[in-house]
Design a protein around this ligand. Sequence first.
Ligand SMILES: *Cc1c(COP(=O)(O)O)cnc(C)c1O
Length: 485
Amino acid sequence: MRNQLATQTLNELSKPGRRATRLPQCDVPTRPVSALLPEAALADRPPALPELAEPEVIRHFVNLSTLNMSVDTHMYPLGSCTMKHNPKRNERMAGLPGIVDLHPLQDESTLQGMLQLLFELQGMLAEISGLPCCSLQPAAGAHGELAALMVAARHFQELGQRRPVVLTPDSAHGTNPASAAMAGFDTKTIRSREGGGVDMDDLRAKLDEQTAVFMITNPNTLGMFDSQVKEIADLVHSQGGLIYLDGANMNAILGVARPGDFGADMMHFNPHKTFSGPHGGGGPGAGPICVTETLGPYLPVPRVAQQDEQFVLEWGDARTIGRVRSFFGNVGVLVRAYCYIRTHGPDGLRRVSENAVLNANYLLSKIRHFLPVPQGDRCMHEFVASAESLKARGIKHPAMDLAKRLLDYGVHAPTVYFPLTVKEAMMVEPTESESKETLDHFAQVLFRVTEESPELLHDAPHSTYISRPDEVQAARKPMVRWESA
Ligand SMILES: *Cc1c(COP(=O)(O)O)cnc(C)c1O
């Protein structure tokens, strides 16, 4: 792509009788930079930088990198987060010079390869979701939720309807009600019934013409497919409301069921979960959204369209909610998603989900003998065990203690204390990329730690560099200095 650009420019320049393309003017300073700055801004001595040789720097960072757990070093059964294998091939593709050397401000005619990739990705996500209109702009799942709820708000504004309420189930991810509040809606919680699905009576009681959107995660955060979903969608639609599908659990149903077919009007994908993007310490991610034909005009812009032989950015009309992110979205993550989808193909994606579900059920069948799984004998791609019964052995916070102790055995913890509807919840998602040997090892280690003494568990982990940091402070006030103040 870069070569093509270079050749084009050269051809332009060498056309006979044609003036060279005008380049932006830029003054080259004739004086040293220090002479251009005000006196007060100049330092009087060089900064005290650490003086280190290259081997010392390399050892420092290589050693630091081994203190962390990642899918490349350990099994990582973090429920709801889909910590699957990050294929190295995707990294190589995303790092190709034709991709990393592009600049988003280049002329569209010189970005044709990238625009084609994004255009095709929009089409693939539309096909997988069963929802025809796609925007790749949002930068994370939660950002996709917010953008889609803004689309919904715009839609109702256009219809002249006042609908101030968004409904979310009590098992929903915290981002659902948070996104609804950010988009300006009031939220109401719908109870789950015994067994984990949406309580239809509670939904009927709270649903009315004030309802803009019902947000549902299906399969839900308990790892169950709510088979009432079509009925729920019909009910919400009968009151003029919309269905939002939180697509974080798409890993269970790729190529098997399409949200658009079971009644969703809008959804987001988490490419850093479902399509194998590395999660990378909280980012970067992406949160593409797909919506129905009716909602398409409100989507964020630009979207990529095809006109004749060219791929172009499309800016929509006055109905769009506008931009939600700079340029075209988090392109590096989207390239990895594209590679993952292309390398698997439709049948391969279906096998991904079938294996994810098989692995989770295999593990469930091994674990439920020593840690009860309140919601069922079967699951989709994940299940939620409860460590509540360990309290009888004098363990005050069993889910937390087991999670911490697993680290000593070289296994990352499952998600704990989510969903809130299960006591001492441990949400296990093995993904399709783990072998039977790894699953057996995990079940064995988990069994072993449930047998250990309360003291040993309470002080775990014993083998890590830091034992139990204050997680909130660590996130809010990270210490990133090489030398403390
Ligand atoms: C991960 C997740 C989200 C949020 O996605 P981010 O990409 O982390 O913003 C929303 N809902 C569910 C169920 C999730 O698991």
